[in-house]
Design a protein around this ligand. Structure first.
Ligand SMILES: NC(=O)c1ccc[n+]([C@@H]2O[C@H](COP(=O)([O-])OP(=O)(O)OC[C@H]3O[C@@H](n4cnc5c(N)ncnc54)[C@H](OP(=O)(O)O)[C@@H]3O)[C@@H](O)[C@H]2O)c1
Length: 430
């Protein structure tokens, strides 16, 4: 008799309920492709009475998810609670201790404890799978770990947060300021009531740390990610970006450099002729550059019940077929600690926006500060001829070192004709 793959699901929120729905809706197709059915034997969440819009008939309910993870009658524990510690961590620890495979969508947990958990999983002969943790429905993990396994990865980057991409897209389309568009996104359910995790870049940093670990064989290092969010992006910057031939995108970028592992999450000016410039709304994109394959671009929905469930179920189907990959592509014992490349050493071109008092001599003072730090200008846009009014001045530079750029900006900010803190956005060569 064919044995089904028995799974227990911890967490029945957006993703958990989505997984239950997908497994029910596509049960036949999944069984045909795996050679056996995938069956939910147990579930756990906080509120037993909540209507989740899915049938849980015949499925055992646990109030305590960690107890469920220890249940004998289960091959895989699916952790869909979330958070780097607390119950999610207890569930994963309990499952691995009992020799159960684990599938999770939990980027915070993987970014903070990925190497440690990978070692435990491998020691117990278990799979720790996390396709849903990065870029939702895009099979980004599979692309890096399997599809491009033979390549030396030169760079991995992407639009890793749909909420930020939605806000930046709407700001450009409507010309409205950040705060108004964020409020809309919250009304539409694209942003949380507390949006800081998304808009301050933390969520994207978690995903980048996981991608970097896979791409470069390093221990996931969330502390080594330089993170800036999108709160300071003004409608003015979005307009100037278009005028200069760019789109502003929140990117996560990882690269191995001579000084260490570069991991950056921040708004970027992205040239309009690159594919990623046209990834709009809530969509995500992941770009991998390998030495033999060249550039591979994947685009899709990075969040939501359906796309995320699609990724969770793909992991379950791999386990069901007996296909096991090492958590971060190499044995956990071979993952290395790479030093973080300091952002001060970053080299690139910059977009600078100043708000200045429209007076003779302002531009001369600004360009002198840049010249003294050997920052060479590529272009300048100066608007308005209203004596003494506040007007924007936009500068773009040639490639320069970040530390020099910062020193020049400090001097510029101290000028009494400069009325606001200068805005800096890195121009990314993609
Ligand atoms: N939402 C997305 O689009 C998305 C995309 C990619 C990855 N993820 C990741 O997927 C995971 C789940 O996200 P989600 O959006 O589905 O979250 P969610 O809607 O908030 O659901 C969380 C679930 O966990 C349950 N839960 C919370 N504390 C628990 C505890 N102590 N014991 C047992 N169950 C507990 C909740 O129970 P109640 O329902 O009873 O309150 C709820 O069912 C997170 O790691 C998230 O980062 C989400």
């Amino acid at each position: 008799m064919i044995k089904p793959l028995k799974i227990a699901i911890a967490g029945l929120g957006t993703v958990g309920a989505g997984v239950v729905k997908l497994l029910a809706g596509n049960a036949e197709l999944i069984a045909a492709r795996c050679g056996r059915p995938v069956v939910i034997t147990a579930v756990s969440a906080r509120d037993r009475r909540k209507d989740r819009g899915v049938s849980l008939e015949g499925v055992d309910w646990y109030d305590d998810a960690a107890t469920m993870a220890e249940r004998a009658d289960c091959d895989v524990v699916v952790e869909l609670i979330g958070g780097a510690d607390g119950m999610a961590r207890r569930v994963v620890d309990a499952a691995l201790a009992r020799g159960r495979h684990v599938v999770t969508a939990n980027k915070a947990l993987l970014a903070h404890a990925g190497a440690e958990l990978a070692a435990v999983a491998e020691g117990r002969g278990c799979v720790l799978a996390y396709e849903a943790a990065v870029a939702g429905g895009i099979p980004a993990i599979k692309v890096l770990r399997e599809g491009l396994a033979g390549n030396r990865i030169q760079r991995v980057y992407g639009i890793l947060n749909g909420t930020c991409n939605y806000i930046l897209t709407q700001m450009r389309r409507t010309g409205r300021p950040f705060g108004d568009v964020l409020a809309d996104a919250q009304r539409l359910g694209y942003a949380e009531a507390d949006p800081s995790f998304d808009i301050d870049g933390v969520d994207a940093a978690h995903k980048l740390a996981i991608l970097a670990a896979l791409a470069f064989g390093t221990k996931a290092d969330i502390a080594g990610v330089h993170v800036e969010g999108i709160r300071h992006i003004g409608a003015t910057d979005i307009q100037f970006a278009t005028e200069l031939g760019y789109r502003i995108k929140l990117l996560g970028i990882a690269r191995m450099t001579e000084t260490g592992l570069e991991q950056r999450v921040h708004p970027c000016m992205v040239p309009l002729e690159t594919p990623i410039a046209h990834v709009e709304d809530v969509f995500n994109a992941v770009v991998v550059e390998g030495d033999f394959v060249g550039r591979v671009v994947s685009e899709g929905r990075g969040a939501g019940a359906g796309p995320t469930a699609s990724a969770v179920v793909a992991d379950l189907m791999d386990i069901s077929r007996g296909r096991a990959s090492m958590t971060f592509a190499v044995p956990a014992s071979r993952l290395v600690d790479a030093p973080a490349a300091p952002i001060d050493g970053h080299r690139g071109a910059y977009y600078i926006r100043l708000m200045v008092r429209d007076r003779p001599g302002v531009i001369a003072d600004v360009t002198a500060a840049l010249r003294d730090q050997k920052v060479s200008l590529e272009s300048m846009i100066q608007r308005g001829r209203h004596p003494d009014a506040m007007v924007p001045v936009v500068l773009t530079t040639h490639e320069t070192e970040e530390a020099a750029m910062r020193r020049a900006l400090q001097r510029i900010e101290a000028l009494d004709t400069v009325l606001e803190a200068p805005r800096l956005i890195r121009i990314e060569a993609l």
